[in-house]
Design a protein around this ligand. Sequence first.
Ligand code: FHN
Length: 464
Amino acid sequence: MTTTDLSDRTVELSESLSRRLDKVAKAYGATRAEAVEYLVRWALDRIESRPAIADERAQRADARNDPRLDWWRDAKFGMFIHWGLYAIPAGIWKGQEIPGIGEWIMYRARIPVAEYEQLAKQFNPVKFDAAEWVSLAKQAGQKYMVITSKHHDGFCLFHSKVTDYNVVDATPFGRDILKELADECQKQGMRLGFYYSQTQDWHHPDGDGNDWDYDPAQKDFARYLEEYVKPQVRELLTNYGPVALIWFDTPKGITAEQSESLVELVHELQPDCLVSGRVGNRLGDYASAGDNRIPAQAVEMDWETPATINDTWGYKVNDHNWKSTEDLIHKLVDIVSKGGNYLLNVGPTAEGVIPQPSVERLLAMGRWIDVNGEAVYGTRPGPIQGVDWCRSTVKPGRLFLHVFDWPTNGEIAVPAGAVDPARAYLLADPSVTLPIERYGDTLLIKGPAKAPDAIDTVIVLAET
Ligand code: FHN
C-alpha cells in the first residue's frame, strides 16, 4: 500500500486525533500520510512483538502439576461458543455496518442500554438444539465446550435471580440455554465450561466499559464484584451440575485480591472446576494466550489459544473470511506441538444455528482427527521444534511426526539425535513399515512419493 492510499483510506479519525496527527507530521517535516504510515508500522511492530501469553494471564505456578488439569491437558481441542443478543444485529446497526468483532457492537456503536436491551424482546432462537451442538463438537473431535454465560454486553444466557436481564425472564424464548446445554453435555459425555465477563459489563452501572450511559467516576467496581459477579458465579456453579471451567475474560484493572477471591470462590463451590488465566494477576489454573495468538515455541505451562474460524466471535452476517480447513488443522497441530489447547469458536445466528461454513470446517477437522487423533490427544510437545515443514508430538515410546510439507521424493529427513526409532509407519496405515536409513546425524525415512495426507501426514517413530 502506498502512502497516498493510506491517506485516502485512513479510517475516520476523531478531531483531536486528527489534530495530533497533523502536529506530529509538522514536527517531523513529514506529510500527514507519511506520519500515518510511520505510526501504523510502529504500532503494528509493538503489537506483533507482544508475547503471545501476557504475564498477567500466565498460569499460577502451583497449578503446573495439578492433577485436576489432567483431563484438560489431554483434551487439546475445545469448542468456544459466543452467543448473545449481538447475534440479532449481526454487525449492522441502524443500517450501518459496524466495524470490529460482532459481540462488541454495543460498545462500538455506543448503543444506549435502553435501546440495546430491547433486543432481548426479539431473541427467539427457535432452531437452537443443544443435542445438535454437542454432537457437532463431538464429531469435530472437541473434548470440551465453553459458552458465554454473560459477555461484556451483560445479557445472561442463563436464568439468574440476580438480574432479569436474562434469557428466561427477558426473552420470548424463555428457555435456559445453559441448562439445556449442561443436560445435553451430561448425556453425551462432554465437559462444559462457562465464559463469564467479570470486569466489563456495559449494561450494569458499576461494570467496566460503558461510559456513554454511566459516569465512570461514579462506578463502584468492588460493589459490582461482590453484589453481582460473585452471586452469579455462585449460580453458575450451583445450578448446572459439574462445571469443567469458568472462562473469565479481560481482567482489565482487577486487583490480585479480587482475582484471588474469584478463584477461591470457584474452587470452594466446585473444587475440580478450572479457572482460565484471564481471571488475571497470574492466578488462573492455566494460561490464556491472546486471541488467535500462537507462541513461537513450546511453552512450559498449561496454556490455551482461543481462536476464531472467521474474524468475529459473535455472529456477523457479513464476515465471510473463513479460514481453510488446512489452516485450522495446522493451527491445531502447531498449538498441540507446543503444549497448548485450541479453543475454536463458533458464533451461532440469532435463530440458534451454527453457520454452515463453521460446521463444514469442524466436520472436516473431525475426519482428520478420526484418523490421526492418537497423535493429538494426550500428547506432549515433541523434540523437533522450530522448523516450518513439520511439527512433533510425543507419547511414551512414540514420536509423531506431523509432516505439513511432504518432500517430492517422499524422503523425510529428521535429526537422528531427536529419536532412535525401531520402526516407522504411517499413523493412517500401521500395517506398512517405512524403511529407515541413517546417515550420520540424519535419519531418512522413506515414505511414498505422494503425500498420503495433503494437509498433515503423521509418521509414527516407535521405539519398539
Ligand atoms: O473482548 C473479548 C472478545 O469479545 C472475545 O470474547 C474474546 C475471546 O477470547 N475475549 C475478549 C478479547 O480478548
